[in-house]
Design a protein around this ligand. Structure first.
Ligand code: PAF
Length: 300
C-alpha cells in the first residue's frame, strides 16, 4: 500500500505538519538522508516505522554543503527528489522535509558549529577534514527542527553513527539513536547513493571491499594480523581499487588493546576509491576466538 507523503520545503510547514502528533503525544521518527534513496534508506524507514507505530515518520532530504570538502562531489551528488518521493510513498513515510540550503543555513554558514572531538580525526575524518563538523552540525539542526523521539542512521556510515550517538549523549539531546544494519546487493556490495557513479566494470571491482571484510571476519579467529592480511590480499587482487584505509578498531572506534585478548569484539573498516568514486564499508569481528570462526555473520 502506498500513501502520499507531504512535502515540506520549509521549517514552518514541517512544524505545522508535526504539531498534531506532538499535541497527541504520538512519537515522531526521523530518517536523515541526502536523498538518492535506495533500498538501504527504505530499510531505515521501516526501522523508524517499527519504533514509532502510528506516529509520523519524517525523511529529510538535504544535500548538506557543509559536510563536503573542496574537490569532493557536492556538485555532482545525485539529486532525485521525484524518485525519492516515490520511495517514501512506497514505504509509508508521512512527511518529506526537503529544505533549500538557505532554509537550513539562513544567512550562510552558521557561526556556531558542533565540534566533533577526537573521534573525527581518525578513519574518514583523517581523509575528509571538516566532514564530521558538517555532519554533526546539520544533524543537530535536523534534530532541533524535527524534534524526533527516534532517529535512524545506517551502520554503513559507522563512524557517523558513532559520532551522532556521542553528540546526542554528550549534549543531552534526548533522542533515541538507532543504528540499522547495512543492506547489501546479492554480491555483497553495500548499498550507497554513490554506487550509481560506478560503471559495470567498477561495480565488479568494488565487490573487493565486502570480500575483504568477509575475509577479515573469517581469519579473525586466528588474530589481528591474519585478519588484516586476509583482507589486504582481497584488496590487492582488485587492481583498480585504490585503498585509502583498512583498519580494525574496538566497536566504538578506539585502538585495540595490545595484546588482543581472545574473544575481543572489534570492527573492521575500509575506504577505497574505485575510479573517482570513494566507497566505505565495515563489519563486526571477533578476534582470536577459533571456536567462533564461523559465527561472525553479523551483517552478511
Ligand atoms: O548519511 C547521510 O546521508 C548524511 O551524512 C546525513 C546524516 C543525512 C547528514 O547530512
Amino acid at each position: 500500500m502506498t500513501t502520499t507523503p507531504v512535502l515540506a520545503p520549509t521549517r514552518e510547514e514541517l512544524s505545522n505538519l508535526l504539531s498534531g502528533a506532538r499535541r497527541e503525544g504520538r512519537p515522531i521518527g526521523l530518517v536523515p538522508t541526502m536523498g538518492a534513496l535506495h533500498e538501504g534508506h527504505a530499510s531505515l524507514v521501516r526501522e523508524a516505522r517499527a519504533r514509532v507505530g502510528d506516529g509520523p515518520v519524517v525523511v529529510s532530504v538535504f544535500v548538506n554543503p557543509m559536510q563536503f570538502g573542496a574537490g569532493e562531489d557536492l556538485d555532482r551528488y545525485p539529486r532525485t527528489l521525484d524518485a525519492d518521493l516515490e520511495v517514501c510513498a512506497r514505504e509509508g513515510v508521512d512527511v518529506v522535509f526537503a529544505p533549500s540550503v538557505e532554509e537550513v543555513y539562513p544567512g550562510g554558514d552558521p557561526m556556531v558549529t558542533v565540534e566533533p572531538g577526537p573521534l573525527a580525526d581518525v578513519l574518514e575524518g583523517r581523509s575528509r577534514p571538516g566532514h564530521f563538523r558538517g555532519v554533526l552540525t546539520v544533524v543537530a539542526k535536523l534534530l532541533g527542527l524535527v524534534r524526533p523521539d527516534v532517529a535512524v542512521f545506517g551502520q554503513k556510515d559507522y563512524q557517523q553513527l558513532a559520532l551522532v550517538r556521542r553528540m546526542v549523549a554528550d549534549l543531552c539531546l534526548g533522542v533515541d539513536v538507532v543504528g540499522a544494519e547495512t543492506v547489501r546487493e546479492a554480491g555483497g556490495l553495500a548499498l550507497s547513493s554513490r554506487n550509481r557513479y560506478l560503471d559495470e566494470e567498477q561495480r565488479v571491482e568494488a565487490l573487493a571491499l565486502s570480500r575483504a571484510l568477509l575475509a577479515a571476519q573469517e581469519a579473525a579467529a586466528y588474530g589481528l594480523g591474519p585478519a588484516l592480511d586476509a583482507a589486504r590480499a582481497e584488496l590487492r587482487a582488485a587492481k583498480t581499487v585504490d585503498l585509502d584505509y583498512l583498519e580494525v578498531t574496538t566497536p566504538d572506534l578506539g585502538p585495540l588493546p595490545d595484546p588482543v585478548p581472545a574473544g575481543t569484539e572489534a570492527r573492521v573498516l575500509v575506504a577505497a576509491r574505485v575510479g573517482t568514486t570513494r566507497l566505505i564499508d565495515n563489519m563486526p569481528l571477533v578476534l582470536g576466538n577459533p571456536d567462533g570462526a564461523h559465527d561472525q555473520q553479523g551483517e552478511r
